[in-house]
Design a protein around this ligand. Sequence first.
Ligand code: GDP
Ligand code: IMO
Ligand code: MG
Length: 424
Amino acid sequence: MPGIALVGLQWGDEGKGKVTDLLARDTDVVVRYQGGNNAGHTIVVEGERYALHLIPTGILYPHCIPVIGPGVVVNPQVLLEEMTALTGRGVDVSRLMLSGNAHLIMPYHLELDKVTERRLGKNRLGTTKRGIGPAYADKASRIGLRVQDLLDPKIFKEKLEVALKEKNVVLTRVYGRLPIEHQAVEEEYLSYAQQLRPHIADTSNFVQHALDDGKTVLFEGAQATMLDLDHGTYPYVTSSNPIAGGATVGAGVGPKDIDRIIGITKAYCTRVGSGPFPSEADPVEAEILVEAGGEYGTTTGRKRRCGWFDVVVGRYAARLNTLTEFVVTKLDVLSEFDRIKVCVAYEFEGDRFDEFPPNQTIFNKCKAIYEELPGWKEDITKTTRLEDLPKEARAYLEYIEGLLNVPVSWASVGPGREQIVQVK
Ligand code: GDP
Ligand code: IMO
Ligand code: MG
């Protein structure tokens, strides 16, 4: 069973980094297939915290080859900074592979992300302002610059000129900003080229060969199902496809090569940025979740919006990703509560929705229908065996598992590598 996709089931920050790290122990290759440095994946190893934005989590294991696939958008400055920071902490980054087909995030993408959000005012998406949307838009418009263009200064210059001609009109005439100087960008990016050159490769070919040779390849999703461009809460989404299907497109392998699809969900639910969130908790409950769960964004430091586990979202994500199993993280955070709410359906204008509504208006305006389960009010952060979890915690896992109709394989009870309970 060599191909494993790992995907977020909610609005991101489910603990994908932690679970990827757990699986990377027995994995040969870890591939990021979409997104960019909007992601923030946290791993805690022996009390040391690593927050990775672009480099796949497998970097922390010397036996594992980390790959940034063609579907990722890459800010080379951020990538080099991340590589330097890891090197400084004794992590060997020489194995990192970077697809020549990945698109580059350019300075004008960052600028456009910022000014577009400002223009949208109260309708803003609350993006991470990392230039993700504008970079993917250029990719679709076929005026993007790719990593491989860094290796051909003449082509790079030509493509940059074409792109800047349009971007500078928009920046100056529409947004009243200063134009971006061609020369400065060219010099900056071509200096990155020298440093990145040894890492640039045909990663799709490499990953396919690894799969053919029976190696274990883990496709590490960033963002999550509800932030998927096509299937999430559009327009409050990111600009890529985090769902499992996106792994084949973004890594460049065939769908038959993915045998195991692991969903990651919190035992409750969070969201950063704008957009509908039916199971959002009341301010008092939310504050407890924020504090107990440390719910501040890994990338932007923003306080995350918090709510209760949403079964409708969970089932929708289980279907879209054809999950073979799922992992419930942050179960320890629910130890704070006497009673735990679970959103089992939505209500809109007198109708009940057990399935994800077909129309965004319904999702925007619906009310959550809750069931309540007893809490356990006990510290579970040191528990490592299922039978040692309080019976209420086990019942909670079984309840969610039953409603999603997918087996739970692990429950995570703390940020550390060792804070994990095998369920199946
Ligand atoms: P990702 O983007 O899905 O990788 O998740 P993030 O790293 O952005 O956010 C998850 C946060 O929760 C990080 O700070 C993790 O260290 C932390 N975390 C992961 N699993 C657990 C858990 O089971 N319990 C607690 N308390 N924290 C966890
Ligand atoms: P990880 O991989 C949580 C959210 C932003 C915003 C929307 C669009 O750590 O789970 P973008 O910058 O992508 O154009 O922003 O998506 N968002 C995330 N939220 N976790 C993430 O990544 C996210 N990446 C983007 O907050 O609402
Ligand atoms: Mg995150």
